[in-house]
Write a protein that binds this ligand. Structure first.
Ligand SMILES: Cc1cc2nc3c(=O)[nH]c(=O)nc-3n(C[C@H](O)[C@H](O)[C@H](O)COP(=O)(O)OP(=O)(O)OC[C@H]3O[C@@H](n4cnc5c(N)ncnc54)[C@H](O)[C@@H]3O)c2cc1C
Length: 378
């Protein structure tokens, strides 16, 4: 391999978009992917998953998603798109090659792999969040006798037939997995600890993301104020369903807390007709089930933790100052970090669509790193 200008770690959407944008800017890249194919995380998401963001706003730089795809493409179409994207721009990741750490060495970054070290003045971390499923535990967790899985391990309702299942968490994965189980006739409850925000997937005939992008320049509080009446009409009363509406509006919640509201694709209807039961937070587990915060007790044959992901990138990039927050998340993504030549792509949740944001970040990283490489006289 010729000596690269940039090392890119990960060949998911962020790694591929960064590779494409950097090569278009004349930067020689080497992409390392620990799996054996591009888009490996999308290959193992649950079967029924479709994008919640529309096709027109989910394509990566330089290549729109095909117009033959539906408005909300399926998981397999996303995989197909990522394969075509890599082929079209001739991005050839080095597969089956995990980067164990990236360390500064003079003016270079050194990525350590089982095949040996690789050096370049620029390193882009595009490792996503999928490796860090967050699995909370409660008093009694060790005594619970039935399966507990994380949403990232869920594929379809088949293993849950005939069981009572508790899904924990009211994010997009929790809402959709509960819906998937309810559609298959599984007896399912959804544990919702705190107040929530819910958005319809389409509003007045347009994808909700199109509205979010339109309103992006306006302050979050103003946007939430303008939208509140129409969203109440579109979503209906959630209080009657046992849910509490968050004091912060959807945009403020996303901007300030990094929490994406639930984009409803049918979960609310299933809550309304009683196929999905709403429960509160969990106080503790028993060998057969759960005691909720209101002291009610129920038995469950399986628990699915739709409790998100908590990556800590300090293990991958040790020995850097001021780059990470106290949880090990980068302070900035898609811009210059406080370490020269080190960039992160796609790690921060965006209210205007993560894939769209990845594309914007990749272009910015290409532009900034080109300038940076020029200052080094490469
Ligand atoms: C269930 C789900 C649904 C989503 N739906 C949408 C949606 O509808 N619209 C939207 O805009 N966004 C959505 N997202 C968010 C986001 O767009 C996706 O998670 C997207 O795949 C992120 O791309 P990425 O490249 O950052 O990470 P990933 O797709 O996770 O790719 C990271 C890659 O890095 C590799 N890797 C990790 N560590 C290393 C290492 N040390 N060495 C080498 N390789 C490594 C991994 O194997 C992986 O292939 C969704 C996310 C989830 C979890």
């Amino acid at each position: 391999m010729p000596k690269p200008d940039a090392i890119i770690v990960g060949a998911g959407p962020a790694g591929l978009a960064s590779a494409m944008a950097m090569r278009a800017a004349g930067i020689e890249v080497a992409v390392f992917e620990k799996a054996d194919s591009v888009g490996s995380v999308w290959r193992r998401h649950y079967d029924r998953l479709h994008l919640h963001t529309d096709r027109k706003h989910s394509g990566l730089p330089g290549m729109a998603m095909p117009p033959t795809y539906p408005v909300y493409p399926s998981r397999l179409q996303v995989v197909e798109y990522l394969e075509s994207y890599a082929a079209r721009f001739d991005v050839r990741p080095v597969f089956n090659t995990a980067v164990s750490s990236i360390r500064r060495n003079g003016s270079q970054w050194c990525a350590h792999t089982a095949q040996g070290p690789i050096r370049a003045p620029v390193a882009v971390v595009a490792t996503g969040i999928a490796d860090a499923p967050y699995r909370p535990s409660w008093p009694g967790s060790e005594a619970y006798r039935n399966p507990v899985i994380h949403s990232s391990e869920y594929r379809n309702p088949v293993p849950f037939a005939g069981k009572r299942v508790l899904v924990v968490g009211f994010g997009n994965s929790g809402g959709e997995i509960a819906l998937d189980l309810a559609n298959a006739g599984v007896d399912v409850a959804l544990a919702v600890r705190g107040p929530v925000q819910i958005l319809p997937r389409d509003l007045l005939g347009f994808p909700i993301l199109a509205w979010a992008i339109l309103y992006r320049p306006l302050p979050a509080r103003l946007v939430d104020f303008i939208n509140a009446p129409i969203l109440r009409l579109a979503v209906g009363s959630i209080e009657k369903l046992g849910l509490r509406r968050a004091a912060k509006g959807p945009r403020q919640m996303a901007d300030e807390d990094g929490r994406v509201p639930l984009i409803d694709i049918g979960t609310l209807d299933k809550i309304r007709d009683g196929s999905i039961k709403i429960r509160g937070g969990i106080d503790r587990l028993t060998p057969e089930g759960v005691v909720f915060a209101d002291a009610t007790k129920e038995e469950f044959g399986a628990i699915i933790l739709a409790t998100g992901f908590r990556p800590d990138l300090r293990r991958l990039v040790p020995d850097v100052d001021g780059v990470f927050d106290s949880h090990g998340m980068p302070q900035v993504t898609g811009r210059a970090s406080s370490a020269p030549g080190l960039y992160f792509c796609g790690q921060i949740t965006s209210p205007t669509g993560q894939l769209r944001e990845i594309g914007l970040e990749a272009r910015r990283i290409a532009e900034i790193s080109k300038g940076y490489i020029a200052t080094l006289g490469h």
